[in-house]
Design a protein around this ligand. Structure first.
Ligand SMILES: CC(C)(COP(=O)(O)OP(=O)(O)OC[C@H]1O[C@@H](n2cnc3c(N)ncnc32)[C@H](O)[C@@H]1OP(=O)(O)O)[C@@H](O)C(=O)NCCC(=O)NCCS
Length: 182
């Protein structure tokens, strides 16, 4: 189980079944906040569901197809960030993330996202990282903007969410863009 230190307070720890109880508590106390933007929240009804999703995440890592990490802030699990999968053909991936409600507004996710970019470019040697965000999700859109991602497209009817189609904005960070000075 790897743990990737970002700074003295923050690290990313590979998802493990042993963390499922703490993760469930975090999701359960943040349901309304998460449900606004994420489709899976109602599927997590018990610690058992978190264990099942952790097992799937561990399989993903074992298959060398990306990974999911719990975000550890001052010793507690406060959210999650991960890669949805890896396209080894064109060396690209996309990032997904969420934070427990009480941890929003402290810069945690922007810092984690930047740390994950370093890992993806330096260790996995990938060349492109995407973030897809609901057009209306301003807090999430602010993260790629802060990190100098480039907005490349808007996809209409990208997903059916709570009964209606939503638009997704696609952001890209390339290796060249990340390592060149702003
Ligand atoms: C999307 C989400 C992770 C964003 O959380 P967030 O706390 O706004 O993002 P950060 O942790 O990067 O914090 C940024 C905020 O902290 C502030 N901040 C404080 N210190 C900071 C620092 N060192 N660096 C950056 N921002 C800092 C920023 O000003 C910003 O506050 P603002 O929104 O009032 O301007 C969160 O809203 C969430 O979990 N939403 C539900 C799930 C979701 O939408 N997931 C994404 C699907 S695409």
């Amino acid at each position: 189980m790897f743990e990737y230190k970002i700074n003295k307070d923050l690290s990313l720890r590979l998802v493990h079944v042993l963390d499922s109880e703490e993760v469930y508590q975090l999701i359960d106390e943040s349901r309304a906040h998460l449900k606004k933007w994420l489709t899976w929240v109602d599927l997590i009804k018990s610690v058992r569901d978190c264990r099942y999703s952790a097992l799937k995440a561990m399989d993903q890592y074992a298959e060398n197809n990306g990974f999911q990490c719990n975000i550890i802030y001052s010793g507690k699990i406060v959210g999650r960030i991960g890669l949805h999968g890896i396209n080894w053909g064109d060396k690209s991936t996309s990032i997904g993330y969420w934070l427990g409600k009480k941890y929003v507004g402290r810069g945690i996710m922007t810092t984690c996202c930047d740390g994950l970019l370093k890992l993806v470019f330096n260790q996995l040697k990938l060349n492109k990282v995407y973030i897809y965000v609901d057009e209306k999700n301003t807090k999430s859109r602010a993260i790629p903007k802060r990190l100098n991602f480039k907005e490349v497209s808007i996809k209409n009817n990208a997903q059916i969410f709570t009964g209606s189609y939503v638009k997704h904005v696609r952001y890209i960070m390339t290796r060249e863009r990340y390592f060149q000075p702003y």
